[in-house]
Design a protein around this ligand. Structure first.
Ligand code: BG6
Length: 479
């Protein structure tokens, strides 16, 4: 990883994200030798920490198991703490002096991780840029930020503008943790390293694409946060739109971060803004085991906030002419899954008794897998050509690979340390993604559409299933 000292500063070090995700991921990278030996990790937050040993120990419970015992003490010994605010440059100057001391004024690199609420982003980046930078000839400075990046196109653009006055785009690493998931990272390889898929990947062969996110849990305890955003801002505008971009983009000229992100932006700009007619929103109600969304005491009375959405997106380019992309996401549903389903056209003249479409399914959660539904002749004595059934070419990762799959944060932080921005969201990508959903979000915010009720633990509003069923009928056959 190189010999330069690396300082990793975790802002918001006393918060939940830092405790549950950032520090455990750093621990894992440390145990795997993916951080320089002379790394220092500095927690930074507003609260006073008088007992550094107690502060360090709080993280242990969240460390991933393997390798834990022999590395824990070494890792914890590398953690320091600096107290300071996010809006006073003097506190950043203090942090800078602390870092210089650790770096012994030698050339060093700095990674700032903002595990902070969005209201603190600009203050922290101002402090960094004014008081805690390293001259470029001495080393790099990178800043990891995590959503929410605004609430709509205008507020996101405003935030991007403010950050651009403080840092260079190449220094900003916007995390979308879905881009760190193994199956999401694999989409580019699957599509472009396999002739069989590359050749089929267009409107001639593909009837529709479905990107689905389902969670069993509701918004327990997070209702107050969630209500400000809703399911579209929480997972669709970011996570699922990133998946869509990877599934739909053209082949990049190279594997460079800029070439890949150029293609993602290009295709996102071809997506029509979603209209109300192409969207169904829902809100969950109680079942025996779970209170309804509106019964969460942290949720404002009578809130219109969607906890479910199904929408049809259109991509206006030749590759995807007339191919609907359906995005479905919901909380408090019947199962937990993140899946991409690519449905191929029916044959014009169906062979034998075959009626089912080929389908390629990529499962990112709960188990990583990819399978292709195909029709085969039923094997066995006495079975004839006419005896067919549907089965799968199945690549379930835990059956094939012994390697344990990394957590998304581990992959992404490691990529940021290595300076690879491919799996981080560029500002123009963010802008293109917001443009797709902003008119719809404004209509929902104004109450122009009311969420349909669905019972917690169900498949979502019945109207959503009906919409998909009607769409399938309409799209059947070769187009
Ligand atoms: C987060 C959302 O970004 O992603 C959460 O804010 C959601 O509401 C989570 O539960 C899902 O992430 P994962 O990795 O558990 O699928």
């Amino acid at each position: 990883v190189g010999e330069r000292p690396l300082s990793i500063v975790v802002f918001g070090a006393t918060g939940d994200l830092a405790k549950k995700k950032t520090f455990p991921a750093l621990f894992k990278l440390y145990t795997e030798g993916l951080l320089p030996a002379n790394v220092n990790i500095i927690g930074y937050a507003r609260s006073e920490v008088t007992d550094i040993l107690a502060f360090r120990k709080k993280f242990i419970a969240y460390f991933p198991g393997k390798g834990k015992e022999c590395h824990v003490d070494h890792f914890l010994a590398r953690i320091a703490y600096v107290q300071g605010s996010y809006d006073d440059p003097a506190d950043f100057a203090k942090l800078d002096a602390f870092l210089r001391n650790l770096e012994e004024n030698t050339k060093g690199n700095r990674l700032y991780y903002l595990a902070l609420p969005p209201t603190a982003f600009v203050g922290a980046c101002t402090g960094i840029s004014k008081a805690a930078m390293i001259p470029e000839e001495y080393g790099w400075v990178r800043v990891i930020v995590e959503k929410p990046f605004g609430r709509d196109l205008a507020t996101s653009n405003e935030l991007s503008h403010q950050l651009s006055q403080l840092l260079k785009e190449k220094q900003i690493f916007r995390i979308d943790h879905y881009l760190g998931k193994e199956m999401v990272q694999n989409i580019v390889t699957l599509r472009f390293a396999n002739r069989a898929f590359a050749a089929l990947w267009n409107a001639n062969n593909i009837a529709n694409v479905q990107i689905t996110f389902k969670e069993k849990i509701g918004t327990e305890g997070r209702g107050g946060y969630f209500d400000n955003f809703g399911i579209i801002r929480d997972v669709i505008q970011n996570h699922l739109t990133q998946i869509l971009a990877l599934v739909a983009m053209e082949k990049p000229r190279s594997l460079s971060a800029e070439d890949i992100r150029d293609e993602k932006v290009e295709v996102l700009r071809c997506v029509e803004p979603v209209s109300l007619e192409n969207c169904i929103i829902g809100q969950y109600t109680a079942n025996e085991a779970m209170p309804g969304y509106l019964e969460d005491p942290t949720v404002p009375k009578g809130s219109n906030c969607p906890t479910f959405a199904l929408m049809k997106l259109k991509i206006n380019n030749d590759r995807w002419r007339n191919v609907p992309f359906y995005i479905k996401a919901g909380k408090a549903l019947e199962s937990k899954a993140v899946r991409i389903r690519i449905q191929f056209h029916e044959e014009v003249r169906p062979f034998l008794n075959r009626t089912q479409r080929n389908e390629l399914v990529i499962c990112a959660q709960p188990t990583e897998a990819m399978y292709m539904k195909i029709t085969t002749k039923t094997p066995g004595l006495g079975k004839e050509l006419i005896d067919t059934h549907q089965t799968e070419l199945d690549l379930t990762y835990h059956n094939r690979y012994a390697v344990s799959l990394p957590d998304a944060y581990e992959s992404l932080i490691s990529e940021a340390v290595g300076g690879n921005s491919t799996n981080f969201v560029r500002s123009d990508e963010l802008e293109a993604a917001w443009a797709i959903f902003t008119p719809l979000l404004h209509s929902i915010d104004k109450g122009e559409v009311k969420p349909l009720p669905y019972q917690a633990g169900s498949r979502g509003p019945a109207e959503a299933d009906a919409m998909l069923a009607a769409e399938y009928r309409r799209n059947e056959g070769y187009q």
